[in-house]
Write a protein that binds this ligand. Structure first.
Ligand SMILES: NC(=O)N[C@@H](CC(=O)O)C(=O)O
Ligand SMILES: [Zn+2]
Length: 458
């Protein structure tokens, strides 16, 4: 797509056209056979034989731009259930505008913005503010997550109903960054959101078991002399909450699953028929706790990087659907919060601009997921869990004729070196700096409007 198709006229150069219609020439929907796909009036308007469409061809609206997308893979626009946009409160680390630019460049068309802002997104006013900032920025849809408890303090339920019926239409509630550790409060929250088919997304971390924790509890922590964050602190909360969700017949979503035991518990809960879903982050699919030996705080994250056995179980769980989706947990942090000693550094790492590449490396190249599987785990499942109207009953229908032209175009082939300074995020805390990752997003469309063309923000 670097060079527009020969047929593209001088008047409509790629990236500058005001045209509202596009032809994706010789694109491969979900990695299948090439076809020409016409995007017009915000929807996928037609599929035509591969290579048959050129500028001025019959049946195309005036001003149609033909893009040479030969070899590129067409996927539904990606949906991230777990993004920290930091606005309001820490605009030095990220803003809604900078974070959604990073999202679009990563192939995302919707991000769910976590509630641990300052002020906390625990009222209709704050969630509406974040929602409006997303509309103004226009790079992708922003769906605010509402806090479960007032101020994330874990003591009183926030105004869940008011947030649900606000203009932001909140459906996902989470105290992420903190665990809703009080079992009765968790039960009440699960019961409350049933009224509007909401979901509680739990950051599963038993607080007493993780006091002072600095990294995964295990042999590496023992060697480094760092206090450990044991797997059981995550697993105990997931087991409790799965039981509660089953008991009250409500929806539980488990954030950033990180241990083999958690995968087992979620498999068990699903076998019971309970409405439990789960996400895994790209970093937990790729990185392990031995990286902490460098004492580079870029590897500090919550939950912590775990062992190679955990990584293998997470990959297997994502492949067999026990883990429903990939979520980035994009957690930008300012330099002063990251470039400090290990114990003082804040946990969290960037994810939006590298997520699909990490999934390609860990899941697609080894044959654990095909492109339809990627679409399911990175777009359709998160959309369903988050209650988005754009919910496809089956994968193909998400890019079939008549579907919203909310899609992303991936060049799967090239490996690229991750350069922190080249990222659109305001922060620099990527754990992949200097690492080579496969695949590049070439274009992203939101309801027929390009947000990214030629790998650049439009
Ligand atoms: N993941 C992290 O290590 N940090 C997140 C909070 C969270 O997702 O738990 C953050 O807000 O920085
Ligand atoms: Zn969390």
């Amino acid at each position: 797509m670097t060079t527009p198709a020969a047929e593209t006229s001088e008047e409509t150069p790629v990236g500058r056209s005001a045209g509202t219609s596009w032809v994706l020439r010789r694109v491969r929907p979900l990695g299948g056979d090439p076809v020409d796909v016409v995007l017009a009036d915000g929807v996928v308007a037609a599929w035509r034989p591969a290579g048959s469409t050129h500028a001025g061809a019959g049946g195309l609206p005036a001003g149609t731009t033909v893009l040479d997308t030969d070899g590129l893979i067409l996927l539904p626009g990606l949906v991230d259930l777990h993004t920290h946009l930091r606005e309001p409160g820490r605009e030095d680390a990220e803003t809604v505008a900078s974070g959604t630019r990073a999202a679009a460049l990563g192939g995302y068309t919707t991000v769910f913005a976590m509630a641990n802002t300052n002020p906390v997104a625990d009222t209709a006013g704050v969630v509406e503010q974040v929602w409006r900032l997303g509309l103004d920025a226009g790079h992708c849809d922003v769906r605010p997550v509402g806090a479960v408890t007032v101020g994330l303090a874990g003591e009183r339920l926030a105004e869940l109903g008011a947030m649900a019926s606000s203009a932001a239409g909140v459906r996902v509630f989470s105290d992420d960054g903190h665990c809703v550790s009080d079992a009765l409060l968790m039960r009440r929250a699960l019961e409350y959101v049933k009224a509007f088919d909401g979901v509680i997304a739990q950051h599963a971390q038993e607080p007493r078991l993780t006091e002072n924790a600095q990294m995964n509890e295990g042999t590496v922590a023992a060697r480094l002399g760092l206090p450990g964050w044991p797997a059981v602190a995550e697993e105990a909360i997931i087991a409790r909450d799965a039981l509660l969700a089953g008991h009250v017949g409500s929806r539980l979503h488990v954030c950033h699953v990180s241990t083999a035991g958690s995968v087992e518990i979620i498999r068990w809960a699903k076998a019971k028929g309970w409405n439990v879903t789960a996400e895994v982050t790209p970093h937990h699919l790729l990185l392990t706790d031995d990286l902490v030996c460098s004492f580079d705080p870029v590897y500090k994250v919550n939950p912590p990087l775990r062992t190679a056995e955990d990584v293998a179980a997470l990959r297997a769980g994502l492949a067999d659907g026990t883990i429903d989706c990939v979520a980035t947990d994009h957690a930008p942090h300012a330099l002063e919060d990251k470039e400090t000693e290990w114990a003082a550094a804040r946990p969290g790492m960037l994810g939006l601009e590298t997520a699909l590449s990490v999934v390609i490396e860990t899941m697609v190249i080894p044959g654990r997921l095909d492109w339809a599987g990627v679409a399911e785990r990175m777009a359709l499942a998160p959309a369903r869990i988050g209650g988005l109207p754009r919910t496809a009953a089956e994968v193909w229908s998400s890019i079939a004729v008549g579907a919203p032209a909310t899609v992303t175009l991936l060049d799967p082939a090239p490996w690229r070196m991750v350069e922190p300074d080249a990222l659109a995020s305001r922060s620099r805390n990527t754990p992949y700096a200097g690492r080579s990752l496969p695949g590049t997003i070439r274009a992203t469309f939101l309801r027929g409007r390009p947000t990214v063309l030629d790998g650049k923000i439009v």
